[in-house]
Design a binder for this molecule. Structure first.
Ligand code: PMP
Length: 381
């Protein structure tokens, strides 16, 4: 199986499984216990927190371990909304992940105003529109760093700067940025930053919310007061050990990986457009993650193409793979102005840390042949 679906999840990097297993087998202890086993677990937790903090260049006190991107987004959004007693306004965009959109719907039902800003045809939020929409009632701006379906980067630096000037907290879901590009200071301007380990080659079920220390944030999970009272519950130490092992590697390799993936992605797009000239690359012309290609292919059903490629030994996805196999048209291309009909032909190819040129070359030829075959037999053609 050639795996080209790293935006859904990225396979564990070397050493990650070993770090998880080592914790399960040798460091069995609760970090809150005072005995030796507990103290060893506490050391491991502290070391892991430092590793993640170093990677994103913040003080370790800002790292709150969570169960992943979904929980980090919930903590950021409900944490701010509850602290604001569900009064005031939250600004967000039309292309956020459902783990932002759905909590915001519930927050709106509690009485807060949620304003969804549109995107342009290339899938970008306009920073000037964010600035114009901020009022004295704005309690939070929540805009993702990079879109999971198109890879299009959002003007995070500009939004962070204008939020700081307006003294409005800024939440940035950097789940897809993490592991694909280095987390530069542009992204770190956020007061709340969502990370998920499994999107970057760490274990599933583990992530972090990087929180500005002074920020008033109501906890989502109450109990033993772990994570400085911001997230109760015994920590997922095996997952956190794997997260830390991944973080160390990521810090050393991310620049090289990003460059390599960008040139493989460019080759892939060049070759695919040569043989399928009517295909559309979503967000082409905008700044994008170096690993992501989202295509709309006329007269082809994306789901069928994904299944055909699966049978041929290639894993890609149609739109957002992480939407639990749902079949409805994706909100992202629709927000960019595409019809539900056009989005039927959507597929997403996402490269990662273990992708080689040989894999991309064999994918290109099988992809071209599969599209040809489907088009010849397609009722849509
Ligand atoms: N945000 C974005 C942009 C994502 O792509 C995802 C995963 N599909 C999430 C949040 C949720 O992350 P997790 O799977 O760790 O809950």
């Amino acid at each position: 199986m050639i795996y080209l679906d790293h935006n859904a999840t990225s396979p564990p990097r070397p050493g990650v499984a070993e770090a998880v297993t080592a914790n399960l087998t040798t460091t069995h202890g609760n970090p809150s216990s005072v005995h030796g086993a507990g103290r060893r677990a506490r050391h491991l937790l502290d070391d892991a927190r430092r590793a993640v903090a170093r990677l994103v260049a913040v003080h370790e006190s800002r790292v709150i371990f969570t169960s992943g991107g979904t929980e980090s987004n919930h903590l950021a959004l409900f944490g701010i909304a509850e602290a604001a007693e569900y009064r005031g306004t939250i600004l967000t965009s039309a292309i956020e992940h459902p783990s932002v959109h759905k909590p915001l719907s519930r927050i709106a039902a509690h009485g807060m105003q949620v304003i969804q800003l549109p995107v342009d045809p290339l899938g970008r939020v306009d920073a000037a529109a964010v600035e114009q929409a901020i009022t004295p009632d704005t309690r939070l701006v929540s805009i993702m760093a990079a879109n999971n379906e198109t890879g299009v980067l959002q003007p995070i630096q500009a939004i962070g700067t204008l939020c700081r000037a307006a003294r409005v907290p800024f939440h940035c879901d950097a789940t897809q940025w993490f592991g694909k590009l280095s987390l530069s200071t542009d992204v770190l301007g956020a007061d709340l930053l969502t990370l998920s380990a499994h999107k970057a080659g760490g274990p599933m079920g583990c992530g972090a919310l990087i929180v500005a220390n002074a920020l008033q944030l109501a906890p989502l999970l109450l109990g033993g007061g772990q994570e400085r009272g911001r997230r109760s519950g015994t920590e997922n130490l095996p997952g956190i050990a794997g997260f830390a092992a991944m973080a160390g590697q990521l810090a050393r390799q991310i620049e090289d990986e990003a460059q390599r993936n960008a040139s493989l992605r460019d080759k892939l797009e060049y070759e695919l457009l040569k043989s399928i000239p009517d295909a559309i690359i979503l967000g082409r012309g905008a700044e994008r993650l170096p690993n992501t290609t989202a295509l709309l292919i006329p007269c082809v059903d994306g789901e069928t193409l994904v299944m055909t490629l699966d049978l041929a030994g290639f894993a890609i996805s149609s739109g957002a793979a992480c939407s639990s196999g749902k079949n409805s048209p994706s909100h992202v291309p629709m927000a960019m102005g595409w019809s539900a009909e056009a989005t039927r032909g959507m597929v997403r190819i996402s490269l990662g840390w273990d992708t080689t040129e040989t894999m991309v070359d064999s994918f290109i030829s099988v992809f071209q042949r599969s599209v040809d075959r489907l088009r010849k037999g397609s009722a849509l053609a």
